[in-house]
Structures are given as C-alpha cells and as structure tokens.
Write a protein that binds this ligand. Structure first.
Ligand SMILES: [Zn+2]
Length: 209
C-alpha cells in the first residue's frame, strides 16, 4: 500500500504559455467556493503535473514516486513548499495581469525558490554539446520539480513577456496565460473551453433578450 495518495487522474491544462503560469493554474474556479477544484492534492499529483509538462525524464518521475513512498515526511514538506510557491506565483502574476505591482512578500518568496533552483544548476558537456542540467545531492530530490518552475517564474518576471500576462476574462475562471496574439487581444485562457463557453453564453443571452 503506497504511503502517498495516488495521482487523481486529472489531465492538467497546459495552455498558459509559460511553465510557471501552467503551475499557477492548477486550481480551477479558485474564487467560487462551491466549485473550487484543487488539482494538486498530493505529491503524486505534483509528479503527474511535472510528467505531463515534460519537466522530468520518465525514469526520474518513477524514482520520485518511489522516493515519495519511502519518505512520507520529506514528501509532505516538499508538497507544502510546492503549494507555497504556487500561491505566490498566482498572486504575483494576477497582480501583474491587472497592471499592478506584485507584493514584495511574493517577490521575496519567488526569489527564495529561484535562488534554491540556481544552486542546483550544472553546466554539462557531452561530445562538444553544452547544456544546463539540474543536479540533486539526493536529499533534496523531492524538490526537483520546483526548480524549473521557479526558474520559469524568475525568467518571466524579468522579461518583456511580463507585459503579456493576462487573466482569463471568463467570470468563473481566473487562469493566467501569455497573450501572444498579434494585436494582444486574446481574452480566454483556452479557446476550446472558456472561449467557446463564453461565446455560447453571449449567444444565449442575445437570443433570450
Ligand atoms: Zn479561462
């Protein structure tokens, strides 16, 4: 019997355009208490998110799951940290999407995670090819998923793309995305879900006005 709760089977929506925004979008209907759905319920969900986002080689995802089963206390702590990071990301980028400044406490939090991630960067060389890799000393392996997410957040905060962060305009959705449309007029996190739903709603309202 595994000691960690199994993955809920949720298929993560990865339409944010940046890893850190996809991660912030792992709660649905955040502001509607009856419909709020938490998609990160356990460390196994976190591994599933990393797996679906292609953050990890498949072998590493399997060893993280095995490690999580062996180390429930470490897993709980890594999972708690992931939620702290996610909430800071959500607050900071929601503020930015609204044209405001992120709160200093959230920026500090993201900075702490990004610094921890930097300490695990390693320049690797294979046959004249060079690339950044993530290096773990073993004891911090359970945090491995958070490093690329924190790096993505620091990169987005410091890039011009920051001005393209938007919050979905559907009233029951508050997901974040990067608007790379030509005239910067994208309104929905995902045309297939929120976009079509909003169009249908407007059509219905017009037809029944
Ligand atoms: Zn949406």
């Amino acid at each position: 019997m595994p000691s960690i709760k199994p993955h809920s089977g949720y298929h993560f929506d990865l339409s944010g355009g940046a890893l850190c925004l996809d991660f912030a979008n792992t709660v649905s209907h955040r502001h509607l208490p009856q419909r709020r759905a938490e998609h990160l319920d356990s460390y196994a969900d976190l591994v599933a998110f990393a797996d679906q986002s292609k953050l990890l080689p498949p072998k590493l995802a399997a060893s993280l799951r095995a490690r999580a089963n062996r180390d429930p206390a470490g897993t709980r702590s890594a999972f708690r940290k992931s939620i702290v990071l996610r909430e800071s990301l959500y607050r900071a980028f929601t503020a930015i999407a609204a044209g405001k400044h992120a709160r200093p406490a959230d920026v500090r939090q993201i900075n702490d995670f990004a610094l921890a991630a930097l300490q695990h960067r390693k320049l690797a060389q294979t046959n004249g090819d060079y690339r950044w890799e993530w290096r773990s000393n073993g004891s911090d392996l359970l945090d491995r998923i958070l490093w690329p997410i924190a790096e993505s957040a620091a990169e987005l905060l410091t890039s011009e793309d920051r001005a393209a962060v938007r919050e979905c305009r559907a009233p029951d959705c508050e997901w974040l995305f990067l608007d790379h449309s030509r005239n910067r007029s994208r309104r929905w996190c995902d045309m297939k879900s929120c976009g079509n739903r909003q169009k249908a709603r407007r059509h219905y309202q017009r037809a029944h006005a």
